[in-house]
Structures are given as structure tokens and as C-alpha cells.
Unconditional design. Structure first.
Length: 462
């Protein structure tokens, strides 16, 4: 039985927009789905570029501006502090005013303040502008997850979000490689190399912002907000586009999947089954930050503490960071075949083990090899949890619940450099990564005991 293109809701026997979710879920993957995945994924590139740029800047400016470990910690922490505020504010606004509108605001703010940051005359200005650029990026990954999950068919939801992050995670080795080249070049065109890193991020984000203007609003969000007519027009247009690609017919809409969602108050995060999921995810976000972002943001500083020069440290970090896109690509064939919860736990154990070896390693080959393996595990882990968090909260709460929990990871990232660099100075790299491994084991227990199953189910049914 087929459902040809975009028959009207009245002919289907339903209220406009009430079946938007089921109609989107049953669509076969198309060029349009792949295009929005690419556009959104390139936007994630700049969020991830900025996150790992903090460690690069700390290593470079410690030498140029003679910074102590407290000042280095602030260089890393300032952007994360802005992201903490932005994740809370913009993600809640995305549930109130729409995913697309916040997409248009966040990268524009990042681009503007990052460009100003490149002209910072001293540490105080640099920290203030890093905070403001981080504020703009705070909800970027939350919006990436939410937007794609609400458009992508459930059969390919995990795989396509993993594709988006594979594109995005190219930003991590790019930040380190550019950092190493520009630092070695000292002052290209008479401007400090680290300033060019900020200019590159600002201009690239501005270009992607122009591409995002063509993105439609999420029909799932429109339906929850009572704007069924707009949702119907977007879904019908997408059905027509996909039908043309696939030969003029589409699968029928299963009646069992036509469960509408409604507007949900923010307080519902702490009621019934949602309370368990909220608590589980808050604990998760605090713990994952240490194992995941801890390595990426601190690796250049850890390597200089092991006795390598700044240029060598950035080069070794860049080689290790190549594991981020590799791990993300590796997750693509796994993410829809293995239960998300299981994949999160297995990859977290890999992060803990590789981190321990990296912390104790002295030989260059061991540092690079286990740094690379750690980042491979990290992005299987990251892609699995980014998909998972979109599935465990309802549409009316999705952006807010993910964003508030995610902001805790940013807040942890603010505190992390001060604690980690103090431990690094006093006890060495081995102690830093031993502590990280213990926290990742606690994360595994949290997910195993409190996390629901989600793989292969519709968002409305989970």
C-alpha cells in the first residue's frame, strides 16, 4: 500500500499537522535529508573548532604573554562559561521561538564576537570576548541534535546525525593543525598566528549562516505550538520533493505511529518518568565532560608539561585529534545497529583505558597512538550520546531539557581547567587521567541503571 505524495489531511482523516511526525518518519532518505545534514553538520564544525581552540590558545599565549597556570585556565574556561549561559538561554528560547530562529542567532553572535576577539589587545579583553563568542555558540550542538532528530526518518536518525558530526569533528584537527602552522609562521602578514585562528572561525561561521537561511522550521515544533497549517505546508512540500526522487509514491503512514505531542511546561522535566531521565542525563553531562572535553581542551597543555615545545605539542595533538573524525565515521555503521545505551557504555570504557595509557606514556609513539585511539573512542561515544539525548525527551521539552543538561557540561568545563591544571602541576599527567577514568566508570553505571532503550523507535513512542 502506498501514500502518493502529499494527499490532504482531510483525505487522510486527520487534523492538519497531527500526523506530521509519522509522515516524516516514514519518508525514505533523500537528497534533501542529506543536504540539511551537511548544512547543519558544517555549523557544528565551528562549535567544535571553538571548543578545542581554547587549549591551543592557552598553549600559545602562555609562551607569548608569559601566562601562569591560573591565566591559562581562564583562557580555556572563558569560552565554556559563555557556552554555559548560552546553552541555558538559547536552548529554552528554541522551544519558545523555534529551532530555525535560534540557528540564525547563535552563529551570527559567535562570528561577530570571534572577529572582535581576534583584535583583543590584552588578556582581559580576550577573556571577555571569548565569553561573548561562547555565549553565541552555547546552544549550537543542542540545536544540531534537536533539529536533525525532528526531521530525519527514524530508520536513519542515528546514522545521519553521526554523518553530521563526522563533518563537524573535522574542526578539531583543523584547529590544532592550523595552530601548529600559524604558530610556526609567527606573524603571517604581520599579524600573530593565533589571531588568524579566530578570524578563520569567524568568517567561516558567517558563511554557514548564509546557507542556513534556506532551512525550514521543524514541523514537529510547529505542531506542538499549535501552528498546524505551517507544519502541514512544510511536510507536504517535503513529501512532494521526496516522491519525485523516489518515483512518485511513498510508504503509507502507519496508524499506530500517529500519536500527537503537545505543549509541555518546563517543570514536566521533574515529573514522572521524565524526572528519572532528567536526573540520569544531568549526572551524565557532568561526568562525560571530564573524559571527553578534558582530553581535547587540555592535550596541548599536558604535552608541554611532558617536556615538548609548543609547536611539537600542537603537532602531536593534531595527530591525536585526527581520531575525532575517524571515530565519528566509525560510529556511522554501528549507531543504528547497536543499542545506543550499550554503545555509550562500551566507548566510555575505551576512553577510560586509552586515557590511562596516554597519561602514563613517555614515548612519543605511545602518546600519539593512544591519544589517537582515545579520540576514536571519544567520537563513537559522542555521536551515540548526541543521538540518544534527542530521543529521551518529548518535542515540547526537547531543546530545553537537552540544553539545560548540556549547560552543566559547559559549567564543568569552566571548573575543569583550574582543577586539572593544578593536579597536572602538582601530581602529573598520570593523576589527571586516572581521575578521569574513575569518573567514566561512574558514568557507565549511571547510564546502565537509569537510561531507557531507544534505538529504532519513533521519538513519540520512546
Amino acid at each position: 500500500m502506498t501514500d502518493t505524495t502529499s494527499s490532504t489531511p482531510e483525505r487522510r482523516g486527520g487534523t492538519p499537522g497531527i500526523r506530521a511526525a509519522a509522515r516524516l518518519d516514514r519518508l525514505p532518505p533523500s537528497r534533501w535529508h542529506r543536504r540539511i545534514t551537511l548544512i547543519v553538520g558544517i555549523g557544528a564544525f565551528f562549535d567544535l573548532y571553538e571548543i578545542f581552540l581554547g587549549g591551543v590558545l592557552a598553549a600559545v599565549l602562555a609562551e607569548q604573554w608569559h601566562l601562569g597556570h591560573i591565566a591559562k585556565s581562564w583562557v580555556i574556561a572563558a569560552g565554556f562559561l559563555g557556552m554555559f549561559v548560552g546553552a541555558n538561554v538559547l536552548s529554552v528560547l528554541a522551544d519558545r521561538f523555534g529551532r530555525r530562529r535560534m540557528f540564525m542567532i547563535n552563529l551570527a553572535a559567535y562570528s561577530f564576537f570571534s572577529l572582535l576577539c581576534a583584535a583583543a589587545p590584552n588578556l582581559s579583553w580576550l577573556l571577555a570576548l571569548r565569553f561573548l563568542s561562547g555565549l553565541g555558540l552555547g546552544a549550537e550542538l543542542v540545536l544540531v541534535d534537536t533539529y536533525l532528530a525532528e526531521f530525519l526518518p527514524r530508520a536513519v536518525r542515528g546514522r545521519y546525525i553521526a554523518y553530521a558530526y563526522t563533518v563537524g569533528f573535522l574542526g578539531v584537527p583543523v584547529a590544532a593543525l592550523l595552530g601548529a602552522r600559524l604558530v610556526a609562521a609567527h606573524q603571517p602578514l604581520g599579524v600573530d598566528g593565533w589571531r588568524w585562528l579566530l578570524v578563520a572561525g569567524a568568517l567561516g561561521a558567517a558563511f554557514i549562516q548564509l546557507m542556513r537561511r534556506q532551512l525550514p522550521e521543524s514541523p514537529r515544533w510547529l505542531t506542538v505550538r499549535g501552528r498546524e497549517g505551517e507544519a502541514e505546508r512544510i511536510v507536504a512540500g517535503l513529501e512532494e520533493r521526496v516522491a519525485r526522487e523516489s518515483g512518485g509514491s511513498l510508504p503509507s503512514v502507519p496508524e499506530a505511529e500517529t500519536v500527537p505531542e503537545r505543549k509541555v511546561p518546563l517543570a514536566a522535566m521533574f515529573r514522572g518518568d521524565q524526572r528519572r531521565r532528567t536526573v540520569m542525563w544531568w549526572i551524565f553531562q557532568v561526568l562525560q565532560t571530564v573524559g571527553y572535553y578534558g582530553f581535547g581542551s587540555l592535550a596541548p597543555v599536558v604535552l608541554t608539561a611532558k617536556g615538548h615545545t609548543v609547536t611539537e605539542s600542537l603537532s602531536y595533538a593534531a595527530l591525536s585529534f585526527c581520531g575525532y573524525p575517524v571515530g565519528s565515521a566509525l560510529s556511522i555503521p554501528l549507531i543504528d545497529r547497536i543499542e545506543r545505551r550499550t554503545l555509550i557504555i562500551a566507548s566510555a570504557l575505551g576512553i577510560a583505558g586509552c586515557g590511562l595509557v596516554f597519561g602514563f606514556a613517555a614515548a612519543t609513539w605511545a602518546i600519539v597512538t593512544f591519544g589517537f585511539l582515545l579520540t576514536v573512542c571519544s567520537n563513537v561515544f559522542s555521536n551515540a550520546f548526541h543521538v540518544y539525548q534527542t530521543e529521551i525527551f518529548p518535542t515540547g521539552l526537547r531543546s530545553s531539557a537537552i540544553g539545560i543538561a548540556y549547560s552543566l557540561s559547559r559549567l564543568t568545563s569552566v571548573v575543569l581547567p583550574f582543577v586539572a591544571l593544578s593536579v597536572l602541576n602538582d601530581l602529573g599527567a598520570a593523576a589527571v587521567f586516572t581521575g578521569s577514568a574513575v569518573l567514566m566508570l561512574l558514568l557507565c553505571l549511571d547510564v546502565a541503571l537509569l537510561g531507557p532503550r531507544s534505538t529504532g523507535r519513533s521519538l513519540e513512542r520512546i
